[in-house]
Ligand binder design. Structure first.
Ligand code: ZN
Length: 341
């Protein structure tokens, strides 16, 4: 989301009109909808400008006390490590905005937009990012940032690299820190992400919505730069841990649509195999949340799975965009059924 003071002010006022009961009802609706899509774990990216501490506290509490998907929380406040711990969040991370979005010309670019004489907006310096990452590493929290344009990604990488010099590269790698979106990079940047061991929390639905020859990326960036966007295949090839998300409400909760978008990326060089895309939307989500060995059907793993009805005998159905996705016939989390049609 773009960051604009007036937008934040209006949103804060609007959210202030929502009662705690209304908010909890909305959270229950989202959890039920996610469970009906085979989702047993939600990453909630909260923050002082996006939602509120009460909102995140309630969401985490619902995840603990009522049947439905587990919720891991991220508190998106620069320097907010104490608040993140107090809220029970996994990280002072998520949408800590380093820039805005391509659509609103606020993503921070190294070169001007194709359709407007601006390079967008950079909200944080590498030094601010470094200090935040160091504070998170010392607090045992994940760090993470929203970075879309290559200018923002450059600041984030410089910040993580400077933090690694302070806390040690092994400590930094072990922290499972993350970059949200990571849409616009170049090959040297991808190599730097890989060297840091940072998770790339990416949204294939963005390519489906805005990629392609007539898409919004071409309009804003021109053909050459548009073709570099969301390079999932290039990230995976260098061993960057990829974890898929919806960025709901920007794009909807639609896990099979997400997997299909990655398999059919507009740029063939960046496509993932169905297996790799499936892993990025299942086991990788648990790993990014600090839980290894979940999201796979193996003996000894927690009984957390979804049951899918498919039309064919294939291991994974043919994932044609706009095609018929498998239908969820049940979702089980830690042995408890959280969705049954
Ligand atoms: Zn974001």
């Amino acid at each position: 989301m773009p960051r604009a003071p007036w937008h934040d002010a209006v949103r804060t006022a609007a959210y202030g009109m929502i009662t705690p009961d209304q908010r909890r009802a909305a959270q229950r609706t989202v959890r039920a909808r996610a469970a009906a899509h085979g989702i047993a774990l939600l990453h909630e990216l909260a923050g002082p400008e996006l939602s509120s501490a009460d909102d995140l506290r309630d969401a985490i509490e619902l995840g603990r006390t009522e049947p439905g998907p587990q919720i891991v929380g991220y508190w998106g406040e620069l320097g907010g490590t104490a608040r993140a711990r107090e809220l029970g969040a996994l990280g002072a991370a998520g949408d800590i905005f380093v820039d805005g979005t391509i659509g609103s010309h606020t993503a921070c670019l190294r070169r001007v937009y194709a359709d407007l004489d601006t390079r967008g907006s950079g909200y944080l310096s590498a030094a601010q990012i470094r200090d935040h990452v160091v504070a998170c590493a010392q607090a045992g929290l994940q760090a993470g940032f929203h970075a879309i344009g290559d200018g923002a990604v450059e600041a984030v990488l410089a910040g993580f690299e400077a933090a690694a010099e302070q806390v040690g590269h092994a400590v930094l790698r072990a922290g499972r820190h993350r970059i949200e979106h990571l849409e616009m990079t170049d090959p040297p940047m991808v190599a730097r992400v890989a060297a840091l061991g940072v998770y790339a929390s990416v949204q294939p639905a963005f390519d489906a919505a805005w990629g392609g020859p007539d898409g919004m990326y071409v309009q804003r960036l021109g053909r050459d730069r548009a073709a570099t966007m969301n390079p999932f295949g290039a990230l995976a090839a260098l061993g960057v841990p990829l974890v898929f998300g919806s960025d709901t409400p920007v794009t909807p909760i639609d896990p099979w649509g997400t997997i299909a978008a990655a398999v059919h990326h507009h740029n063939p060089a960046y496509r993932l195999s169905a297996d790799a895309a499936f892993a990025a939307h299942t086991v990788a989500g648990w790993r990014a949340a600090g839980r290894d060995g979940v999201g796979e059907l193996v003996a000894g793993a927690p009984a957390t799975f979804a049951i899918w009805q498919v039309d064919s005998d294939h291991r994974l159905p043919e994932l044609v965009p706009g095609g018929r996705w498998p239908v969820c016939r049940g979702t089980v989390r830690d042995g408890i059924t959280i969705y049954r049609p």
